[in-house]
Every structure is written in C-alpha cells, then in structure tokens.
Design a protein around this ligand. Structure first.
Ligand SMILES: Cc1cc2nc3c(=O)[nH]c(=O)nc-3n(C[C@H](O)[C@H](O)[C@H](O)COP(=O)(O)OP(=O)(O)OC[C@H]3O[C@@H](n4cnc5c(N)ncnc54)[C@H](O)[C@@H]3O)c2cc1C
Length: 324
C-alpha cells in the first residue's frame, strides 16, 4: 500500500551525509509508490537539496537557518513535526545518530506514536511496516510492528546501500522558515579527539584489543588502517583496551561504545565478548586475528587468522600496500 515516507536528513560540509542517502534509498522501497520527502536543516540546507533529490527524495523541507547547526533537539523536533503535519507520512526515518537519538523519541511523543530505536533493518511486510533491532546485547533480533502512525524509526548507518545518484533529478522544495526559540542553552562544546573518518561511517574499521599488550601497539593498528587509506579506514578499540587508557573512549566499539557497520571489520587481539560483538556484529565481513583458536571472535568471523598479531599485522600491512 502506497504511503509517504519522511527522512530526517543530516548535513556534513554542505551536502547530505552518506547515511541520509542510504535512508532515502530505503525510503523509496518503503513508500511502495508513495512520495519520499526529506527535511534538511541548517546552513547550506537548500543547497544540499539537489543531492537529496539525486538520492531519491521528491520533496525537501528546508531551512537554512544557522540556528539549526547546533542541533537543539526542541528546535529540530518542531521543524520535523511541521514537515510531518504538511506531508502526513506513514513512516519517519532518522539515522541512529546523536540527532536521531535525541529527536526521534520527541517526535514519537508529539505524535502520540512509538519509536523503534537503533534498527538494522526496516521493511514493508504484507503492507505493514516492520523494524528489526538487536536485543540482548546483540545476541538476538527483535522485530517490531506499529499500531500507530507515523511509525518512527532510527536506523544504523550502512544498514542500506545508497542508490547511484540520479543525474538531473529534481524535486519540490518547501521552506520551513526560521527556527523557533529554544529552551536549550548550549554552555560549551568540545570536539571529540578523533581524526579522520568517523568510525560509524568508515568502510573499514581496524580494531585492537587487550591482546595488543600496550598503548604503543595501537600505532601498528593505525599503520594497517593507513595502508588501506585515510579515506577508507579508521581505527577502533575494545573496552578493555580503552579502560586501560590505551586508546580514546571515543574509539570504543560495543554495547557501551559505538555501533559500527563497516564493509570490513578487522578485530586484532580481541576475544569477541558479546558486549564487543554488540557493536560490530552488523559488519558485512569480520576478519579476526587471535592467537587463541578457541576465541569467541572466530564464531563471527568470515576469515580468521590464528597467530600472534605481531607477526600477522606487519605482513597484512605489506600485503595491502602491495595490492594497491
Ligand atoms: C555492561 C558491560 C558493558 C560492556 N561494554 C563493552 C563494550 O562496549 N565494548 C567492549 O569491547 N567490551 C565491553 N565490555 C567488556 C567485555 O565483556 C570484554 O571484557 C571486553 O570486550 C574484552 O576486551 P578484549 O577482547 O580486548 O580483551 P580480552 O578479553 O582480554 O581478549 C584479548 C584477546 O587477545 C588475544 N591475544 C592476546 N595476545 C595476543 C597476541 N599476541 N596475538 C593475537 N591475539 C592475542 C587473546 O587470545 C584474547 O582473545 C562490557 C562489559 C560489560 C559487563
């Protein structure tokens, strides 16, 4: 049954984020012939609309008001709610990002409906919207259906592929006007200490664990990421390594860290505890390097290398460089 789908878009460097493009592609199939609309808020929003049309949107609700750049959840919720009022979508999709985490539940509350958070899949099943999300620390998956509308869901990055951008695509732009007053005062901002690609968006994540032995050994993990290329790969860590002070907390993967879904996740000297796997089990391919052939990580790995990382990682670096 055709229904309209609204994607709450996010911007980076004046263009839609890769996750927004992925959600727009997912929205096309969920709409089953209905309209796909997007909200774009903040500096450069109307300029980014062309990218959203190329990615599958037919309509963009935009506001270039720079007040949206700091993402005060009450202002964003008001703008998204305004777009919902105009479009009346059956489904509203957010990225599982700081924006989605904060704004999606507010939209569900305002619209007297429900939000499924941290989904790895959303689909239509016999005319009903279904959202799938991991539960029990990633050991099981729960499928949710909605009895209220609109269905609100936040979806992890890389759960869907983005469509090839459609050349010359165009759409309708609706101006949402200036941001309303906010009750939120931002008293300070601190940039996370993490250079290069965001872990959640990187196609390749090389993660190190306690088995590395010390903080300096993470330089070798970084060298492997560098060998793939700074535009493709970044590094991560297990909580044990972070707790030991070997790597920054912003780089922790897992239940109490970040959830990553790269094309390739290389786990170096990580045992594969369920709390770690909760953050990386959605990876398209896991490669594990561990000297213990019984390590739990090998149950999830497509390729496993049993051996000392000190011998394996330098050899991999050379192999990756040679393959370029
Ligand atoms: C509530 C809760 C939340 C948690 N959240 C998280 C989370 O978000 N993320 C997370 O990662 N953990 C989390 N944990 C901790 C988790 O349970 C594990 O303790 C942790 O993931 C272990 O990290 P590790 O695999 O690096 O270390 P270990 O379990 O100590 O494993 C080290 C591995 O390195 C291998 N190794 C050792 N030397 C070498 C070598 N020379 N070459 C190759 N392999 C070697 C060993 O065989 C071993 O498998 C959480 C725990 C709890 C209770």
């Amino acid at each position: 049954m055709a229904q309209d789908v609204l994607v709450v878009g996010e911007l980076a460097g004046g263009a839609i984020t890769s996750t927004t493009a992925e959600l727009l592609n997912a929205a096309k199939s969920l709409a089953e012939g209905g309209a796909v609309a997007v909200t774009l808020l903040g500096s450069g929003a109307s300029g980014a609309a062309a990218g959203a049309f190329a990615a599958g949107a037919g309509k963009a609700f935009t506001s270039d008001d720079a007040a949206y750049d700091d993402v005060r959840a009450d202002q964003w919720a008001a703008a998204v709610d305004n777009a919902i009022g105009q479009q009346n979508p059956g489904v509203v999709l957010f990225a599982q990002s700081p924006v989605g985490r904060d704004v999606a539940p507010r939209i569900a509350f305002r619209r007297n409906t429900a939000a499924a958070m941290d989904c790895v899949s959303v689909a239509m099943d016999g005319g009903a919207f279904k959202a799938t999300r991991p539960c029990y620390g990633g050991n099981a998956q729960a499928v949710y259906s909605f009895t209220t509308a609109p269905a609100v869901a936040t979806v992890r990055a890389k759960s869907f592929d983005a469509a090839e951008p459609a050349a010359g695509a165009s759409g309708e732009t609706v101006d949402l006007g200036a941001a309303p007053a906010s009750n939120i005062e931002i008293v300070g901002m601190e940039a996370a200490v993490s250079a290069g690609l965001k872990m959640e968006e990187a196609p390749i994540v090389i993660a190190g664990g306690r088995g590395l032995g010390d903080a300096d050994s993470f330089r070798e993990i970084e060298a492997l990421a560098d060998a793939f290329g700074a535009d493709k790969a970044t590094t991560g860590a297990s909580r044990a390594a972070v707790d030991l002070g070997w790597y920054p907390p912003a780089k922790q993967v897992g239940l109490t860290g970040k959830v990553v879904t790269p094309d390739l996740y290389v786990a170096v000297a990580i045992s594969g505890a369920s709390q770690h796997m909760a953050g990386c089990s959605g990876s398209k391919m896991i490669v594990a390097i561990n000297r213990d052939k019984e390590a739990n990580i090998f149950k999830s790995a497509k390729y496993g290398i049993v051996g000392d990382w000190k011998a394996v990682v330098p050899a991999l670096i050379e192999a990756v460089k040679a393959a370029k």
